[in-house]
Design a protein around this ligand. Structure first.
Ligand code: ACM
Ligand code: ZN
Length: 514
């Protein structure tokens, strides 16, 4: 049947059909699930009737949806299960306007985590856009929204104990030389609104506070956080910056505790992302306090200093009842607490072996987000739909623990070069549907079948006013691919800060012991 992600089990039940339409009655105790189907009914040109009923019921699966000639019956035991049933029902009434074939669908996900990252730092997106992003996620059964809330170009949360973070850190004076201020942050009330909106749709929000790198905006607010203490500005160019937190000052850890504890209070999700990617160690190499900490703690190199820093943050989160998630570079030190979940984005020389060891030998959980397949800020020509769809997240390097070791999948929408809502959604969809399927369905792949199902369910996004690329645009031919590739390279180069290439090279080297 035309459903994405492909369900675990579909049993067709005879020749009958359910005719949906404006007059169909929706009986559902979960308002968000009811609203999805009511919107479909209002927009329906068909003359059907019947009843769609949602019933809390033990099913032994995530949800069961039974289609008969009289209507649909959805059974589930959780908000998420009801939303998943509603998404399937909405896709079916969209894909089969002349009648949904009678069937019994029993469905459960392959992986616990099916996530999308939204970077609100490089370009800020207000609450209505975030809610729309959540609406779209719910239609494809995603269950985690990873909000990237702090970066060099902007800090996006109100933290009462550290008010300069939003007063200074949420504004940059210019973006890549355009001379226009860009600003924005979420108040506590707005965070509560986003978290509640997502929760009502079975989606949890994972906050990311990226430390100790990507901290130029926080350092602009509180210059004493850096090794030099120099006054600086919120970054106005993209690329990799070398302004990182000083790992040798006790006051850095006081700051971190205030920041993590207040953020943890706002986001009830058990998982909390600590970043840890792309940390140039250039300023640490010039800092007496960082070096004194290394001597005191018996740390041999700057990766180990990052490991020391990260473990202190992981322990703070543990005190707050949270499990840390870290980008894969955080494993380089070999010291990081094994409780942390690893997000695997870059398959570089060091990361492949460290992540492999972490999953295969240490039993760590991993979220798979390899940039070549799941970074959807990259244009369609660089990561076409087929490339995203064909990717199997249980990677050979995970060894025999692979299926258990993979906590889930996540696609990312970094927004350095996504400055408007339309582009944001068009980069996300329909490619995110491929990730939703890889995270939910069994690993069998059939691209032609996927595309046919996609064509049938995409009008649902139109109904919800969610912009998306067409299937053809998301799988461009070779000329368009080369053109988009060249343009993307140029855009990235033009947007990067002047030291970015040097900083990138510096993080590719594992530092020598000192
Ligand atoms: C990343 O893309 N730097 C996690
Ligand atoms: Zn320092």
């Amino acid at each position: 049947m035309n459903i994405i992600p492909r369900p675990s089990s579909v049993k067709l039940a005879g020749e009958g059909k359910f005719c949906f339409g404006k007059k169909t009655e929706i009986v559902c105790p979960l308002p968000a699930a009811a609203a999805v189907l009511k919107k479909c009914a209002e927009a329906s040109a068909a003359n059907g009737g019947g009843v769609i009923t949602f019933v809390p019921e033990k099913t032994g699966c995530d949800y069961r949806l039974t289609v008969t000639e009289d209507g649909m019956r959805a059974e589930a035991q959780s908000v998420a299960g009801f939303m998943h049933a509603a998404a399937t029902a909405a896709q079916l009434v969209t894909a089969y306007p002349d009648g949904v074939p009678c069937a019994v669908i029993e469905d459960s996900p392959r992986f616990k985590c099916r996530a999308v990252l939204l970077d609100v730092c490089r370009h800020f997106y207000g609450v209505p856009v975030v809610k729309k992003f959540i609406d779209a996620m719910a239609l494809f059964k995603f269950d985690y929204l990873h909000l990237h809330l702090s970066d060099d170009q902007g800090f996006r949360l109100q933290i009462d104990g550290l008010p300069l973070l939003h007063e200074i850190g949420s504004r940059r004076s210019s973006t890549c030389g355009d001379g226009k201020e860009h600003s924005g942050y979420y108040t506590k009330e707005q965070v509560a609104d986003i978290v509640a909106y997502a929760g009502a749709r079975g989606i949890e929000v994972i906050p990311e506070i990226d430390v100790p790198g990507h901290m130029a905006a926080a350092i602009a607010a509180y210059p004493e956080l850096s090794c030099s203490g120099e006054k600086t500005e919120v970054a106005t160019w993209f690329g990799i910056h070398d302004k990182v937190l000083c790992a040798g000052k006790e006051s850095t850890y006081d700051f971190l505790w205030k920041l993590l504890s207040e953020t943890a209070e706002m986001f009830p999700c058990k998982y909390f992302h600590l970043g840890g990617d792309e940390v140039p160690k250039i300023t640490w190499d010039e800092c007496d306090l960082c070096k004194a900490t290394m001597r005191r703690e018996g740390l041999k190199n700057y990766e180990q200093l990052q490991g020391y820093f990260t473990n202190k943050a992981v322990k703070m989160l543990e005190k707050l009842g949270k499990t840390a998630v870290l980008w894969n570079e955080s494993l380089y030190s070999g010291l990081v607490d094994k409780s942390a979940v690893i997000q695997y984005w870059a398959r570089g020389a060091h990361s492949e072996s460290t992540v492999a060891r972490a999953v295969a030998e240490d039993g760590r959980k991993v979220i798979v987000s390899l940039c070549n397949n799941y970074y959807f800020d990259y244009p369609n020509g660089l990561t076409p739909l087929k490339k995203a769809y064909s990717f199997e997240p249980v990677l050979p390097e995970f060894g025999a623990n692979g299926e258990d070791g993979v906590f889930g999948v996540e696609c990312t929408l970094w927004t350095e070069h996504i400055a408007d809502e339309k582009t944001l959604f068009e980069r996300t969809y329909p490619r995110a549907a491929a990730v939703a399927e890889s995270g939910w369905s069994d690993p069998a792949k059939d691209y032609a079948d996927f595309k046919a199902r996609l064509a049938a369910v995409l009008p649902l996004l139109d109904l919800f006013d969610i912009p998306h690329a067409t299937i053809k645009e998301s799988d461009p031919g070779p000329f368009a691919r080369i053109k988009q590739l060249a343009a993307w390279g140029a855009v990235n180069q033009r947007g990067a800060n002047k030291d970015s290439a040097r900083n990138w090279r510096s993080i590719q080297r594992i530092p020598k012991d000192i």
